[in-house]
Ligand binder design. Structure first.
Ligand SMILES: [Zn+2]
Length: 353
């Protein structure tokens, strides 16, 4: 999985003019009912606070069904990751959305331990990742129907992941570039079924803008509203060709691979969306994280080499001041990092008691 190549899409209503009322309606702690599902259970929306919508604690890129995961002793991964989460918490991060899917090292017990130890809310996911030449798809993704796959993911939602009792807070898929492959279409149809029953939102890594447009239409055909979709790694649409079109339809446009070298292009994407009155559809994150590596029999956790020397922080330390200088107001930035994730991941249908 190339961390810089994740995408997903969404499309819904028209442009919204930003004003105080809009910020209250879309971004304030008072906004609406509903909740998000964290690894520690339901969380009221007004407790989400500052949220990073696309990060990773630990990933394992060995490939689906090749080894038993996790490969590590959980106590060592906990010890390794704790300082980074504590540091992010000290920088005002309240909610961390972990986008590592099953078969790429999803470890919900570790996430819960870290959440309990740090006070950072952590949200995990259900669903399968079909990008990267389907290296992370289990064999049954090919043999089962979309109904059968949906039943597996619904079971995680209703009963918890494996025997942990920990529920996913959204559906995470991954697809490649251009036209959707048959297996990708099947996974998307399965996600639509789960969304319509559970209310879980759908976030999809996508290789390029064309694929994002394709699956947005497919999901609409399956009865999913575009505002239930999060276009993960919208920066892979390098010219931003589809950003305003899909945000204008209601999709959340997740610019989630920020690092200092991407400053100019991120500012341009965000200013373009601001000019169209679509900042209420923008999500910002780093796609930071650590991968499991085995060397001489020892397990190590290596930070992604993605341009961020310190994980989970440069959106606030580098991007925020640049945006404020370029005419994005503090209120608008606050909406992007607090209000937008709240609406994007809000669960409106109660599927669990
Ligand atoms: Zn990622």
């Amino acid at each position: 999985m190339n961390r810089r190549k994740f995408i997903s899409v969404s499309c819904l209503t028209g442009a919204v003019t930003l004003c105080a009322d809009t910020l209250i309606a879309f971004g304030s702690p008072e906004a609406g009912d509903g909740y998000v599902m964290t690894v520690c259970g339901k969380l009221p929306l007004d407790k989400m606070g500052v949220t990073l919508p696309h990060e990773h604690v630990i990933t394992d890129f060995t490939g689906a069904e090749k080894i038993k995961q996790p490969q590590y002793e959980r106590s060592s991964s906990f010890k390794a990751m704790l300082p980074y989460l504590l540091s992010a918490k000290a920088s005002d991060l309240n909610t961390f959305i972990d986008c590592t899917p099953a078969y790429i090292g999803r470890d919900v017990i570790l996430l819960k331990q870290l959440s309990e130890a740090t006070g950072v809310n952590i949200i995990t996911n259900t669903g399968y990742y079909a990008a990267a030449d389907q290296k992370y798809l289990p064999a049954h993704a090919y043999t089962e129907s979309s109904e059968q796959l949906a039943a597996r993911w619904m079971k995680e939602w209703e009963q918890g992941i494996e025997d942990t009792g920990i529920c996913p807070g959204f559906i995470k898929l991954g697809v490649g570039s251009g036209a959707l492959k048959p297996v990708e279409q099947k996974l998307i149809r399965a996600a639509a079924k789960v969304h319509l029953k559970s209310g879980l939102k759908i976030a999809i890594h996508t290789g390029d803008g064309a694929a994002a447009v394709a699956y947005t239409q497919l999901l609409i055909n399956e009865g999913v509203r575009p505002d239930a979709l999060i276009w993960v790694h919208a920066q892979n649409d390098t010219e931003g060709e589809f950003h305003t079109a899909l945000a204008g339809k209601g999709c959340y446009v997740s610019l989630d691979g920020f690092n200092k070298d991407a400053l100019a292009i991120y500012c341009r994407y965000i200013k373009n969306l601001q000019a169209e009155g679509l900042l209420n559809k923008v999500l910002l994150s780093h796609d930071d994280g650590f991968s499991v590596e085995k060397k001489d029999g020892d397990i190590m956790f290596n930070q992604y080499q993605n341009g961020n020397s310190t994980p989970y922080g440069s959106v606030f330390t580098i991007l925020k001041p640049a945006l404020l200088q370029q005419g994005v107001s503090a209120l608008e930035f606050d909406m992007i990092v607090r209000g937008n994730p709240r609406r994007a991941f809000k669960i409106e249908v109660c599927g669990v008691g």
